[in-house]
Each structure stands twice: as structure tokens, then as C-alpha cells.
Design a protein around this ligand. Sequence first.
Ligand code: TXA
Ligand code: MG
Length: 308
Amino acid sequence: MITTSLEVAAQALSDGALVLLPTETVYGLAADASNPLAVAAIYRAKGRPSFNPLIAHVADLEAAQAIAVLGERALKLARAFWPGPLTLVAPIRAPELVCDLARAGLDTVAVRVPGHDLAREVLRGFGKPVVAPSANRSGRPSPTNLADALEETGFAVSAALDGGACAVGLESTVIAVLGGQLRLLRPGAVTRAQIEAVAGLLSDDQDASDAHRSPGRLTLHYAPDAPVRLNATDALPGEAILGFGAVGSGAFNLSPSGDLAEAAANLFALLRAADRLKPSAIAVAPIPNEGLGEAINDRLNRAAGFVG
Ligand code: TXA
Ligand code: MG
């Protein structure tokens, strides 16, 4: 089942089977976006509520424009950050290529061009959009290496590609580009400041319907089994500590030098490693909330069960 063959992976997608696909952010559980049966198998394997729409992955900007209506601001973002960890939500142009189930019935589609060579080669070989949510079971931390991906949803796939450890380690930034407005639906590796520098100000109308438009923003997403205690400066007896900088010099320091990119890349793998010790809780050191820290704190707040 573990394969290095792009042909085997592309053939599995054509057959309606699921594939573990490495990307630069996290491993995805991939399927043919146009095939409702294959998409249903993703929801089943993840135990995911069917109202949560999936991201369509394509090989390049041209393929993205074939499925989504990208306006001027969307195109600026696409040119600046693709291939890379940015997802754009825009009106759907080709509903037959990204089926209703994949979009959870919405008239919009989330699309991205992943920044991992292997992923783009599979997409090019397959020739059609591929939906790929993070390969974790619903509500668990996203897998950032093949072993963790296999442990989560390996039972459901007929091919698994090894792309090494994910360089970014956090899911893509999701931006809605609708009605000329930009809205941040999920913070990620591309920061708020980077987005605004390229395409102008984000709108700040986080109304209640946003929670529904991007259900990745549900509470208690990304949670390990152990409870998570934030902004800890020390471990209490029985706790494991996930450190940062000078806090928590143990095995699970996200970045001893205090580097946010390194902390993002290590976050999910170290959360899992700490969780395997079955501690009474996972204590997490304070992470500065600037730049990439916004996305790291977003995931940590969800792991701790706070509303974001
Ligand atoms: O980095 C990533 O984005 C990874 C890798 C595998 O590409 N994928 C990923 O997919 O994180 P997933 O399914 O776990 O997260 C998709 C996010 C969710 O928050 C979902 O609600 C949002 O994108 N989304 C998808 N389609 C949407 C739409 N039409 N409108 C609003 N939000 C949408
Ligand atoms: Mg996910």
C-alpha cells in the first residue's frame, strides 16, 4: 500500500479509492473531487460531519480558474502564494468537477495549489481536482508525517505516498474572496500581514455565519486525548509540558530558540508524542501571538476546547 509510484497513486484516484497524499502543510486524505462515492468514503473514514466542506487541490493556477471564479484580489493572492499554504474560497465555476458533497452543498469552492512537488506531480498525473482534508480522524491533530497519517486513516486507503515530514506543519490559511471582500476563515502559515500586504485589508465582519461557512473553526478540533492547559510556565505533577523558548526544556520543546516557523512544523507531531505518554494534561508554554503565532495559538485554543 505504501508506494513511491505516482502512477499507482493517480490510478487509485481514478478508481475512486482514497490515497494518503503528502503536502507542505499536513498529510491529506485524497480522493477524486468529482466522484461522490469516493468523497463519501473520506467523510466516513474521518468520521466528519457532512456539512464540513473540503478543499479542492489542483496543479496550477489555470486548473484553479477552471473550477473557481477568481476575481482581481484572489488572483493577486494566488500569484503571490501559490504553490503554497493558502486556500481561496470563491464561487464555484465547475460543479461537475467538485461535486456537491465535496462542497457540502455550498455554491462556493475552496481551492489551493499545494507547495509539495510530489503532491503537484500526482495532481498533474491525475489531471482533475482532488479533495484532501487533513488525514486525521475528525477532531484529532492533523498528521505531519506518513506514520501518523497511516495511524489515523491508513485503514481506509489503497495507496500512501511518503513525502517526508511536512515543512510547514499547520494547515493552510483559508481566505474567502467573495463579493470583492477578503475574510480570514482560518489562520495558517500565510500570515494576516502577508495577505494584507499583497491584496489589501481583510474585512472584519466575523458574523455568526462564519462558523458555519468554515467549520474548521469549530471548537475542539485538533484535540489530543489528554486535556490541554495553555500559557503554562511549568508542568504540574503528572503533566507533560510542550515548551517554547526558555519554557519547558524537556523532550517536547516546540522550538528551543523561540522560532515560530519551527514551532509550527513541530506542533502536531509533539502534541501526539506528548499525548502518547498518557499524561494527566499537556501543559503548553505561552506562544507570542504575532505572525505565525496567530495560527499556532488558533490550533492550541481549539485543542484546549476554547471557542476561537
Ligand atoms: O493545509 C491544508 O489545507 C490541508 C492540506 C491537506 O491541504 N487540508 C485541510 O483540509 O486542512 P480540511 O478539510 O481539514 O480543512 C478545510 C477547511 C475547513 O476549515 C473548511 O470548513 C474550509 O476549509 N472550507 C472548505 N470549503 C469551504 C467553503 N466552500 N467555504 C468556507 N470554508 C470552506
Ligand atoms: Mg482538518
